[in-house]
Design a protein around this ligand. Sequence first.
Ligand code: GDP
Ligand code: MG
Length: 432
Amino acid sequence: LGGSISRALQQMSNATMIDEKVLNDCLNDITRALLQSDVQFKLVGDMQTNIKKIVNFDDLAAGHNKRKIIQQAIFNELCKILDPGKPAFTLKKGETSVVMFVGLQGSGKTTTCTKYAHYHQKKGWKPALVCADTFRAGAFDQLKQNATKAKIPFYGRPNGLRGNFITDFVMIDQELVYTESDPVRIAVEGVERFKKENCDLIIVDTSGRHKQEAALFEEMCQVSEATKPDLVIFVMDSSIGQAAFDQAQAFKQSVAVGAVIVTKMDGHAKGGGALSAVAATKSPVIFIGTGELTDEFEVFDVKPFVSRLLGMGDFSGFMDKIHEIVPMDQQAELLQELSEGTFTLRNFLKMGPIVLEAISMLPGASQELMPKELDSSNLKLMNESRIMRIARGCGRPVRDVMEMLEKYKTTAKTWKRLKISKKGDMNAQNMR
Ligand code: GDP
Ligand code: MG
């Protein structure tokens, strides 16, 4: 996407006369690219119409930076789509809140419940997990395992014949036969129990709606009515493509979805479905899932997300920039370094200006860093005294060093994602 967009914008800036045809050509290229990133057809069309209204030909003719004007207009339009106009319901630490997770089976609900709980626990909340999924075999075991690892209290019953929790059973032919547990009852029991224990964030994991199975859908509504959640979070797999809008809308029509979490952003998907989910639910995206581990979870931030959608996270765009900026004889070496091992501060300082383009780097930082610091990818090493030393060395405020390290962290994450999803491409590029 970024590649084609930057190419489109490049073409535009090279054009000597800016007229409607050039703008249209540029918009058509971007449209194609956004569709490839799973942004919904209708949203792309609306954006195109808006851009034509916003971009003022007189401004363009008056000699302002044409490329900047159009780039900014596109950026703003995409940001606007991601902003439903109101924030998600704000939970208050210390007061009891019930949050219910919904979404298709396999979308990542159970994993995300734990991530969400863990995130809040680190900030001093007292979260607890309730497993109201009695449908999927082993659902409780999965939640129990995740919760135990993250040291979060949990409640539920195994939907098998194991454990001491099961109280539902009947006698058939002199044998005990356990019956399927009732998800609504378990949900209510769990919520009641954790309210008594003064938990301030009670998270209810539900069974996924598998396609249009009416029974599960009904169950989701019953759990919602019985537990009266303060917030319902819709969990969506980023790789579902153009199906995102209809899926999100179907959930919104059945329960009062108030926020969205998009998962599996570490995979191939560019996440354009996030725009659909916001449009369909009129709710903001609050987090994204970037891996299977509990801390692979990021607060969703509109602007960096859109930047990524427009290019920063794009591999071919990234490669274009490397070829453009890094001297020919150093390209192979840099690519080799990047394709091996971890992404170090040394790598970052070399390629920072490429990735971040306009953002000013910290000049002189690479001279101030010690070899051990440069070759590390562990920011824990960068303690207060080291940061102060570097700041003094560069003659810059500590804040600038912190910001540089923060950028390193995000770039390293982006790089990890790119490397995972584009390993083949990279080797091919490396060869040429
Ligand atoms: P549920 O059926 O909605 O509860 O989904 P699960 O939480 O069981 O997740 C389904 C699969 O997706 C599991 O294998 C998870 O490890 C995986 N998964 C969940 N979130 C992410 C993510 O952000 N990135 C990746 N790579 N995998 C994820
Ligand atoms: Mg689950």
